[in-house]
Design a protein around this ligand. Structure first.
Ligand SMILES: Nc1ncnc2c1ncn2[C@@H]1O[C@H](COP(=O)(O)OP(=O)(O)O)[C@@H](O)[C@H]1O
Ligand SMILES: Cc1ncc(COP(=O)(O)O)c(N)n1
Length: 268
């Protein structure tokens, strides 16, 4: 098979299959990019929350990155959960050698409310990793941390997206308003203009892994050479269908459904 698009995720695990590496690989597969993964932390979690976390030694993270980078092409990559500053430092050194779009999901807290990264690591992420990105995809809470400002309206989201690019050096910023208004509105600033992506709000508690799914879909489309903002537009459709048909599995917040976007497309 020629012209295969290769997408890499660097993130933590979710044995219940809804978030992290698992959501990323399912999304890459559904969108027809070849998926690869480097695991940062093994997370015992499910739809109700996080039970335990084991961080892999930094040497093992580097070793996994070397295994991939010495042997296979990477056409786009994303980072998710990177738990602490030391881990960020070793990952930074390796990813600066990759010549491909970089999507950062600045994961800080899980949908369940459990902290996924050390508080100190947030500043390192903002100061050192953010300037390397092609696009960063913060939710409101993460955008508030990055900018230091409260976000309560669409115009606050636009200001935050602008600031994340101009002041903090991201290539582009997609501020996700999933939790803000009746409609699910996301604001993208790509360095040229503001783009708005709106979908209906779906009344469901099954939103485990939505942020991972969205950023993985953007990564898959970028790996295929689709430019921003088209890649975001297509990814927004993917995640909306995945939430609309989210699976009522588990006792807490159920996972997104990766078969759903394909089914929706087939119906059109
Ligand atoms: N209930 C919902 N209905 C429709 N779209 C949603 C809903 N919740 C979140 N979204 C959308 O899902 C995507 C992921 O956003 P969000 O849930 O805010 O990310 P995170 O998981 O990082 O908190 C965004 O496009 C957001 O607008
Ligand atoms: C390993 C890992 N990474 C990220 C998330 C965030 O998930 P969500 O997409 O629901 O914010 C998670 N729960 N676990």
């Amino acid at each position: 098979m020629n012209n295969v698009s290769c997408a890499l995720t660097i993130a933590g695990t979710d044995p219940s299959g809804g978030a992290g590496i698992h959501a990323d690989l399912k999304t890459f597969q559904e969108l027809k990019s070849y998926g690869m993964s480097v695991i940062t932390s093994v997370v015992a979690q499910n739809t109700t929350g996080v039970q335990e976390i084991l961080h892999l030694p930094n040497e093992m993270i580097v070793s996994q990155l070397d295994s991939v980078l010495s042997d296979l092409p990477v056409h786009a990559f994303k980072t998710g959960m990177i738990a602490n500053t030391e881990m960020m430092e070793v990952i930074l050194e390796k990813i600066t050698t990759i010549n491909a779009p970089y999507v950062m999901d600045p994961v800080m807290v899980a949908t369940s409310g459990d902290a996924l990264i050390h508080v100190d690591a947030r500043s390192y992420l903002r100061e050192h990793l953010l300037p390397l990105t092609t696009i960063v995809t913060p939710n409101i809470q993460e955008a508030e941390f990055i900018t230091g400002n409260t976000i309560e309206s669409l115009s606050d989201m636009q200001d935050a997206a602008n600031q994340i690019v101009y002041k903090h050096g991201a290539g582009a910023a997609l501020v996700k308003g999933g939790h803000l208004r009746e409609e699910a509105v996301d604001i993208l600033y790509d360095g040229n203009k503001i783009h708005t992506f709106t979908s209906e709000r779906i009344h469901t508690k099954n939103t485990h892994g939505t942020g991972c799914t969205y950023s993985a879909a953007i990564t898959a489309y970028l790996s295929q050479g689709i430019p921003l903002p088209k890649a975001v537009d297509k990814a927004k459709r993917y995640v909306t269908a995945a939430i609309k048909h989210a699976l009522p599995l588990g006792k807490g917040n159920g996972p997104t459904n990766h078969f759903a976007p394909r089914m929706d497309e087939a119906r059109q």
